[in-house]
Design a protein around this ligand. Structure first.
Ligand code: AMP
Length: 207
């Protein structure tokens, strides 16, 4: 079963994709995560990706598709995959060349997305995700798991978030139409609590 989780930044797509992947016992493929790892590398590609990400822009389609296809050749992805953050535009959707079974679109207003994203924090040491509004750490600005300090992603500033939301409208919405035409798109209200959304998606998958 190949699934795509879509939604504007801050809609909780990463959380939902991870929970769903665990529930279905298939891996989650997050291009955002992959590019964050690549951006740490002291290579030409690493530096280029870092610059693009910090400006809130998208990595080139050729690079993105090559990276995704390389991952998909690994044995663990053969039973199925939950995509998160991919495909980001029509070109990526049309050139994936993999049968997608279901697409879930987590809808969220831009106002709420901005509020949530600028409240997002990540642990410096273990990478755990928190949100000062939706999933706050127990001790303010410290990781629940390892106690280390939390930081804000460089592309979670107001300016970069607004640019990503603008890009989302322009480039990602045509992808929704692409999947809608295939009859595999399901719209899910992304403003509800995490467990309720997961239950909704799971129910729709078993229908
Ligand atoms: P995300 O964590 O999904 O918000 O992704 C963070 C950043 O990684 C984006 O702002 C892009 O710069 C890059 N990125 C992630 N997925 C893609 C993709 N499918 N195509 C191009 N760039 C991507």
């Amino acid at each position: 079963m190949n699934i795509v989780i879509m939604g504007p930044q801050g809609s909780g797509k990463s959380t939902q994709a991870q929970l769903l992947a665990r529930r279905l016992k298939i891996p989650c493929l997050s291009t955002g995560e992959i590019f964050r790892e690549i951006s740490k590398e002291e290579t030409a590609l690493g530096k280029r990706v870092k610059e693009i990400m910090n400006g809130g822009q998208l990595v080139g389609d050729k690079t993105t598709l090559a990276v995704v296809k390389k991952f998909l050749r690994e044995p663990k992805y053969q039973k199925g995959v939950v995509f998160e953050g991919f495909p980001r535009n029509l070109f990526q959707a049309e050139n994936l060349n993999l049968k997608i079974d279901k697409v879930f679109y987590l809808s969220l207003s831009h106002k709420e997305a901005l509020k949530r994203l600028t409240a997002r924090r990540i642990c410096k040491k273990c990478g755990a995700n928190f949100n000062l509004i939706t999933t706050p750490p127990k001790v303010r600005e410290n990781c629940d798991l390892c106690g280390s300090e939390l930081y804000q992603r460089e592309d979670d500033t107001k300016e970069a978030v607004l640019e990503r939301l603008r890009l989302f409208d322009k480039q990602t919405k045509p992808v929704l139409d692409f999947y809608k035409k295939q009859g595999i798109l399901q719209e899910v209200d992304g403003e509800r609590p995490i467990p309720i959304i997961l239950k909704d998606i799971s129910q729709r998958l078993s229908q």
